[in-house]
Design a protein around this ligand. Structure first.
Ligand code: 25A
Ligand code: L14
Length: 338
């Protein structure tokens, strides 16, 4: 458990990555009570320094002793690094908030979105998992609807930004766009196909059931976070040439009838959500507008006329903020509040 202090020693593991960057910025923007910030990455980043609250902080490599004296460690350096180092950090008495997929489905590890299941933080044993970005923004919008009308089934299709894959993927989209404009041959290193001016129905690896791992994360993580195994979820996850901000088309079937107006009213007063839904004025959530913001934006709310109790909606949020760094920092805020 975390001892109450005025300020905490915080570590960011994967500090030079797309999410790590955002974690550092989020700690600063939200005035998290940081006594000292430690930054970790691979040997590739040794010697680099990063800015936090006006000072230059060196990037260190990790070893067995790195987490001594650290109170809270935010991890975002990939599943392999979390598998090796999160238990080492937890053993040193530090609380790990892990953004990788490594621990999410472990029954001994809470998987938390503060707006939905902050209560699950009570039973952590040193590691807390931060859910997948697409799942986080969806459950923020699903929870109030589930509370009001019980969700039976969800059909979701995502339109995911390249920043979810990391900095190399952002560079690849930019480079391919530049190369195509000057009629040069493009290189595909991060994704198996051209991503510029294209759409790829493929995120993370394919599994035996022909779904991708990203699609199955949305199925399993939704049930775990919502604490309800009876919710049926089916997903198609798609990569689009957007830098920042995931969009989702979400179809919901509920037990109790809700009108589109009911859903608009429920979501308008729910935490972390902004309803943006004035179609006659071309007003609906857009990833370019959600980028850099904290909230989950919901629009295009309408009744599914093909079934009795159905709703369609369009859910957009910044995948690096609510989808990753912000959710992790919000978990840390809950921990120090307790
Ligand atoms: O699906 P997962 O496994 O959960 O993966 C989620 C995230 O992990 C990263 C990637 O983020 C992704 O979003 N990732 C995935 N596969 C990876 C791999 N093979 C991988 N990272 C490294 N190797 P990202 O690329 O935006 O940021 C990764 C962050 O993690 C740090 N990191 C990597 N290994 C580490 C480590 N930290 C501690 N110990 C380790 N052993 C990484 O630091 C970064 O902060 P870095 O010093 O390696 O990154 C500095 C720059 O180099 C680029 N880069 C990353 N991988 C490579 C690379 N350059 C060349 N070759 C590479 N293989 C990064 O983009 C960063 O800008
Ligand atoms: O957190 O967009 O499990 O490529 C791994 C794949 C995050 C998104 C996770 C992507 C995801 C990432």
């Amino acid at each position: 458990m975390l001892k109450k202090k005025e300020k905490y020693v915080v570590a960011v593991v994967g500090a030079t990555g797309a999410v790590g960057d955002e974690m550092i910025a989020t700690l600063e923007q939200r005035n998290f009570p940081v006594e000292r910030l430690r930054l970790f990455a691979s040997e590739r980043s040794e010697g680099k320094t990063l800015q936090f609250e006006g000072s230059d902080i060196p990037v260190e490599t990790i070893d067995e002793n790195s987490f001594k004296g650290v109170d809270i460690a935010l991890f975002s350096a990939g599943a392999e690094r979390s598998k090796t180092w999160a238990p080492v950090a937890a053993k040193s008495g530090c609380i790990v908030i892990d953004n990788s997929s490594q621990w999410r489905m472990d029954p001994g590890v809470p998987l938390v979105v503060p707006e939905v299941n902050a209560n699950d933080l009570k039973w952590h044993k040193g590691i807390i998992a931060n859910p997948n970005c697409s799942t986080i923004q969806m459950v923020v919008a699903l929870k109030p609807i589930h509370d009001a009308a019980r969700i039976k089934r969800v059909v979701v299709t995502t339109f995911q930004a390249v920043s979810g894959t990391g900095k190399k993927a952002m560079d690849e989209l930019l480079q391919q766009t530049t190369d195509l404009r000057s009629f040069k041959e493009i290189k595909c290193n991060v994704y198996p196909h051209q991503i510029a001016f294209n759409v790829l129905p493929h995120i993370d690896k394919f599994l035996e059931n022909s779904y991708t791992k990203e699609e199955m994360k949305m199925v399993y993580e939704t049930k775990k976070i919502m604490g309800d195994d009876s919710i049926k979820v089916t997903a198609t996850t798609v990569r689009v040439p957007v830098f920042r901000g995931h969009s989702e088309s979400v179809n919901i079937e509920t037990e109790k009838k809700l009108t589109a107006d009911d859903v608009r009213a429920i979501l308008s007063k729910s935490p972390g959500i902004i309803v943006v839904d004035v179609p006659e004025k071309n007003v609906y959530p857009l990833p370019v507008e959600a980028a850099g913001k904290d909230e989950v934006y919901v629009g295009r709310i309408r009744e599914d006329e093909s079934i009795d109790n159905g709703i369609n909606m369009w859910v957009v949020s910044d995948n690096l903020r609510k989808g990753a760094a912000l959710n992790a920092v919000q978990i840390a805020e809950e921990l120090i509040k307790a």
